[in-house]
Design a binder for this molecule. Sequence first.
Ligand code: CP
Length: 329
Amino acid sequence: MNHATHEITPPAVHWHRRHLLDLERLSAEEVTTLLDVADWLRVKTDGCRTKLSALAGRTSANLFFENSTRTRTSFSLAARRLGADTVEFSASVSSLSKGESFVDTARNIEAMNVDVVVVRHQTPGTPHLLAEQLECAVLNAGDGAHEHPTQGLLDILTIRQRRPSLQGLTVALVGDIAHSRTARSNIWGLKKLGAHVIVCGPSTLVSRRWEEVGVEVAHNLDEILPRCDVLNLLRIQFERQYTRPFPSVREYALLYAMNRRRMERAKDDILIMAPGPINRGVEITTDVADGPHSVILDQVTNGLAVRMAALWLVSHGENATRELLCQVC
Ligand code: CP
């Protein structure tokens, strides 16, 4: 499916924020604006291939205190596709080792006339702290197990490109819900747009408390599978756990891996998603990950469009309008 070339109407822009810190506190209109602007910029850059000058003269800095392949690369590319300069900060070779604090580090980077800071950190709430301490815009690229808003948005955009509406769609998030910032951002974003969300996995990784916010909780993938329109398969985040939440990886795979046998019981048009990195043979088998229902690499491509939209919106804040968007494209 080629989504890159069709013409679309310039979207309405409902945006008055300086930062993008989470999806929980956004309105449905703001989530829709992020998705619509992403679609608009994707089309205007020929599928995120060509450059615009929408953020010419501005600078975006990537402050990553945790490893990343997709998020870091796509934030850099997204900024450059919009004509901005980029700064790549690496904690391991920085003056943090000489005792400089996290906030002082960020304030010194900002002092080099940086307009947007993109931050990933293992501690939940770190982007919110920076938003209080800095003058520039702050984008959350993943804070501990709290949220990963642009991942939630790119997942939802990938579904929205293939289904007429999110309203009433059944989306299951399968795996390590307890430690997944991707799960949280998906839950808030999907629910705002009217989807029915199921969280499914071992009881040690899936809390019944999600029922309190209208999310269905399940522990048996085979029972829920026939009514799912979308499966988003999440990695077990061993790095955030002190003890194993199940007896063995083999046992987890038997109960929760999406494999050929389970695909036979799924809807004919089911979408198979994963935020990456994937662990082949654990949450997903190779034939499913690379099979015809998988949209995993399309999610990655959509990450560019979503991050262009996020950078453009926070750069303009309350001045972001449809007219300005049309002028720069
Ligand atoms: N999905 C995701 O956040 O991937 P990275 O950790 O590689 O950025």
